[in-house]
Write a protein that binds this ligand. Structure first.
Ligand code: AMP
Length: 191
């Protein structure tokens, strides 16, 4: 990706790793849409849509929305024209079946994933950050549940993408600016 534009990128990392902020910054720099499935679901809840009604309670509990429902959401979103030169997926895939779904969607196009940016932060730092933020949905029990679900369902994707040569591991326990420049370097160098 020598021209520093476009690209098909996935962001992986535990809840509270700062991945959302970094995703928006990188996507803007590359001129591709940042697609946050969490934001899409929160918007659906706020809009009172049928999708929102299905996912509201699940999201509040810290659990994951079902893979089939998420597959519909992501297929529809990636079919939009603004993803023609690439996309940055933040928060998808989060399970092995979701990774299969994404691979299936991309197999139908000419372009595979370019990078899986993995922002890692120690668990105690994540809990401390969440306590400091104290949003309504950041109750410590819910944070711990999200971390448990992350370890069980999402963490295994790290190995999958490492094996595919796509993983770009980033130490997320630094300032926003430092993490942003590590990500830029990793995406430019492909390592
Ligand atoms: P996030 O903002 O990415 O942390 O997502 C907030 C919540 O939305 C998660 O805790 C899940 O309940 C739900 N969610 C977002 N993305 C996914 C996904 N890929 N699979 C299942 N649930 C998701």
């Amino acid at each position: 990706m020598g021209d520093a534009s476009g690209g098909r990128i996935v962001f992986l990392g535990p809840p509270g790793s700062g991945k959302g902020t970094q995703a928006v910054g990188l996507a803007e720099a590359l001129g591709i849409p940042a697609i946050s499935t969490g934001d899409m679901l929160r918007e659906a809840v706020a809009a009172g849509s049928e999708l929102g009604a299905k996912v509201d309670a699940i999201m509040q509990s810290g659990d994951l929305v079902g893979d089939d429902l998420m597959a519909e959401v992501v297929k529809d979103r990636l079919a939009k024209d603004d993803t023609a030169s690439g996309f940055l997926l933040d928060g998808y895939p989060r399970t092995a079946p979701q990774a299969e779904t994404l691979a299936g969607i991309l197999a139908g196009s000419d372009d595979d994933l370019d990078h899986v940016v993995f922002i890692d932060v120690p668990e105690e730092v994540l809990v401390a950050r969440a306590v400091a933020r104290q949003r309504a949905d950041d109750k410590v029990e819910v944070v711990r549940e999200r971390l448990r679900v992350y370890r069980e369902k999402t963490q295994p994707l790290v190995d999958r993408y490492r094996d595919q040569g796509l993983l770009r591991p980033i130490d997320g326990d630094h300032t926003i600016e430092e993490v942003a420049s590590s990500i830029r370097a990793a995406v430019e160098n492909g390592a």
